[in-house]
Write a protein that binds this ligand. Structure first.
Ligand code: ZN
Length: 144
């Protein structure tokens, strides 16, 4: 049986994706060595294959990376905002509680006050300032 260009053309996709048998591979290579027409066709097909695979997977990876990055950023921002809200709330609760408890003098003359609430309130204030600053910086960086 004579191997025609049409037979080679049919085998080319299998050959270029290396999904053919050794025998088919030899037949295709033998024909291509002596047929510049099929040689060109194979070159074009292999280039398309490479370009196609490269473009889609590379593009997909980039898109997935961007989406993942955005979700991560959003999640972190949400976490920062939530923490900021909680620390402001913490500071307010400490100050309010301190004022409600107030200062009294015990019968034995010692001063009774919820003194521990003051540093805790300051701690919350500093955490709030830190979180607020971080959020502001992130917003500035995202804008650029
Ligand atoms: Zn040919």
């Amino acid at each position: 049986m004579k191997i025609t260009c049409n037979i080679i053309a049919d085998l080319m996709p299998l050959y270029s994706e290396k999904e053919c048998s050794e025998e088919t591979k030899l037949v295709v290579e033998e024909h291509i060595a002596s047929c510049s027409n099929c040689q060109k066709k194979l070159n074009v097909m292999e280039e398309d294959l490479r370009a196609g695979v490269g473009a889609t997977s590379e593009g997909d990876i980039q898109t997935i990376k961007k989406i993942t990055e955005k979700i991560k950023k959003d999640r972190f921002s949400a976490f920062l905002r939530g923490s900021l809200l909680l620390s402001i709330l913490g500071a307010v609760i400490c100050i309010v509680a301190y004022n409600i408890i107030g200062v009294s003098v015990a019968p034995d003359g010692t001063l009774v006050e919820a003194f521990a609430l003051i540093p805790i309130a300051w701690l919350f204030v500093f955490i709030s300032i830190g979180l607020g600053g971080t959020l502001a910086v992130r917003r500035l960086l995202n804008r650029n």
